[in-house]
Structures are given as C-alpha cells and as structure tokens.
Design a protein around this ligand. Structure first.
Ligand code: NAD
Length: 348
C-alpha cells in the first residue's frame, strides 16, 4: 500500500546516503521533498524522474526559505549534511529548528562521533565532531529522533589517486591499499548506495517508539584492513596487499578542510589505534574465533570499569536490512563498474 500521507524531508539528495534513501522510500510509495546542491548530473536527473520526488536546488547555509520549503508538508526527515555545503553546525541546527517548528514526527540524523570526549589524547575529527554537536542540539530540542552512524563506505575505494582509500594498481597488476588503520583492527563497513536506503526505510517503519534517542551503527561488516584486502584479492583474482602507513599521502587537490580531517585520522587511528565508533553504544564484546579471548570494539581508556554489550556491532544494521552487500560482492560487482566509469581499463 503506498504511504500517501508520509512525506519525507531530505537534504544533500544526490549524496550517496540520501540518494539511497530516496530510491528505497519512493519504491514503496513515500513522497520526498529533497534539497540538492545542483539539478545537473546523473543522480539528480535520475531522482527527478521518480514520481513523488520534488527537488529543490540551492545552498542551505543561511537559507531559511529553502529549509522551510523542504519541510513543508513533511512528517518525517532524513538529514545528512555535507561539509561541501559550509558550516555543518549552523546548517544542522537550522534544519533541526525547522523540523521542530513543523512538528516532524521522526527526525533521522546521520551523525558521527567526537572522539575527544572519550579520551583526552584523541583529537576531534573536524568533519565528524560537528555532526556530534548537532546531534546534541537535536536531543536538547526534544525532537523524536534517531542517530545513524555510518561505517566506512565500500565505494570509497578507487584506483584514482585520492587519499586514504586508493586501491593502487601496481605495474604488475597487484593491488595495494596503504592507510593509517592498524592492520588487525576491525573497522565498520557499509555499502552506502546499496544499504543506507533500506535500513533507514525500516527505521521509519518501526518509528520513534522503537528508535527514539538511539544511536545505530549502520555497518554491516566488521573487517580488518587485511581482511578487506583479502576480499578484494578473491573478488578480483589478483594479489592485494595492505600496507600500514601512519602518513596519508595527498597527491591531488582536496576540498577545504579535508587536509585537517586527514591529519586527525593519522593521529586518531595511526597513532592511537582508537575505535572507529567510541563509547558505550558501540562497545560490544565478541569472542575471538576459535578461542576464549574477547575483543572489545568501542572501548576507550576510561571505559575499563564498564561491561561491554553482548552481541556484535553489526547486529542492529543486519536486523534492519539483512540483504546487505558485503565488501567481497561490492569488489566483484560494483567496483569494476565504477572503475570503468572512471575510464580505467585494467578489467578488460
Ligand atoms: P557524497 O559524498 O556522496 O556526495 C556529495 C554531494 O555534495 C554530491 O551530491 C554533490 O552534488 C554535493 N556537492 C558538491 N559540491 C557542493 C557544494 N559546494 N555544496 C553542497 N553540496 C555540494 O555525500 P554523502 O556521502 O551522502 O554524504 C557526505 C557526508 O557523509 C559527509 O559529511 C561525510 O563525512 C559523511 N560520511 C562519509 C563516510 C564515508 O566513508 N565516505 C562515512 C561516514 C560519514
């Protein structure tokens, strides 16, 4: 049955997270009012073709008219801001205020952690901590809200020379991923385009009675960098090696503010081997395969007295959406298509 009376307000509509949500919710009849930075481009054109999607082009910063327009007639919202749009704290608070004014019944906000509150040595990553500030503001407003924490996107990987997730093709066809993540520390992974939409759709269907105030890790696999390279190796049938390197090489121009983010990542993960998602919500204890040793996933130095949660960090995401795309399948099916679209010919 189409949900004719449910309208969803969305920002950064052409981004990987929001576009995935738009595809999933419109497939079952929801109406979408989405902000986009530009109406040009493949994704904007694809979204514009979907019935019941209205796109509103513009910049969100200091633009209360545009923000009010997005929330007009909406009952629920999926909000993922983007550093390219400018001051994410200002934009995030303005969006939360507009949602409050419109009595939005369920505000799903894509947040990220501020590591500095968990350990005095850990830096706050600028592009993540701003989202945590907005999360706290949303909580203070008392909006019925849920906070999704998205894992590392599978499709960050590219053989283009971008920093951090470059899957580098060496002359002899070998692959190499070089990054400041410890080789044996598990990281949370997510196929943003494939899996954010269906998971968020289920959060909306369950509603705030189930999820109000919750932090949900949108991560479907916990894999070490070495395991990620093993998955690429099997999927692409060529050797793939992980190299732990505390320094991130920046060989191409990057957007404003990203260098500071990368510098923080070098310290947080390269130097301190901090958990990707810190704090009690993400602190799970799991048995190491084949032994009685336990691994804790969200632990900081101040947490030693606290008992970790039972289960796995991926449990909630997998219960919301069991048909997720693992990184092996991503590498085998989607990575090749994306590489071809980027003009690469190694797969021929
Ligand atoms: P995206 O990176 O897929 O898309 C970026 C969007 O920005 C595009 O739709 C583009 O049209 C738009 N854009 C380009 N120039 C712009 C401008 N000047 N102003 C405003 N928009 C502009 O988006 P996404 O991945 O859905 O969301 C990005 C957010 O996700 C970031 O805040 C990032 O920190 C967060 N995040 C990313 C990861 C990851 O692994 N990549 C993980 C967790 C969180």
């Amino acid at each position: 049955m189409p949900n004719r009376n449910k309208t969803i307000a969305i920002v950064n509509g052409t981004g990987r997270q929001a576009a995935s949500v738009i595809r999933a919710v419109t497939a079952v009849g929801y109406t979408v009012r989405a902000h986009v930075h530009s109406l040009q481009g493949l994704v904007a054109e694809e979204l514009a073709e979907i019935p019941n999607v209205s796109l509103f082009e513009g910049a969100l910063l200091n633009n209360s008219v545009l923000i009010d327009t997005i929330f007009e007639g909406a009952q629920i919202a999926f909000i993922n801001t983007n550093p390219l749009g400018g001051d994410e704290i200002k934009i995030g608070k303005a969006l939360a205020n507009a949602a409050k004014k419109r009595n939005i019944q369920h505000f799903v906000y894509s947040s990220m952690p501020d590591h500095s509150i968990h350990n005095p040595h850990w830096p706050a990553l600028p592009q993540w901590a701003c989202k945590f500030t907005v999360e706290n503001y949303i909580r203070q407003l008392g909006l019925p809200s849920t906070f999704v924490y998205t894992g590392i996107y599978n499709n960050n990987f590219t053989s283009l020379p971008y920093p951090l997730f470059c899957m580098d093709f060496k002359d002899n066809g070998r692959l190499e991923w070089r990054a400041p993540f410890h080789p044996d520390t598990k990281l949370p992974w997510l196929d943003a385009e494939h899996d954010v939409g269906p998971a968020v759709l289920q959060i909306f269907k369950d509603g705030p009675s189930k999820w109000h105030g919750h932090r949900i890790a949108l991560a479907f696999e916990m894999l070490t960098p070495v395991q990620v390279c093993q998955a690429f190796e099997r999927a692409l049938e060529r050797p793939c090696k992980y190299v732990f390197d505390k320094h991130i090489d920046v060989r191409v121009p990057v957007p404003n503010g990203y260098r500071e983010q990368l510098a923080g990542i070098e310290i947080l993960f390269g130097q301190y081997n901090a958990p990707y998602f810190p704090g009690p919500d993400f602190d799970y204890e799991t048995k190491r395969k084949g032994s009685n040793d336990t691994i804790t996933q969200g632990r900081s130095s101040s947490d030693s007295a606290r008992k970790p949660k039972a289960g796995k960090l991926t449990d909630e995401a997998r219960s919301l959406w069991p048909a997720y795309r693992p990184i092996y399948e991503y590498a085998k099916e989607a990575f090749i298509v994306e590489e071809e679209a980027n003009g690469k010919t190694w797969m021929i």
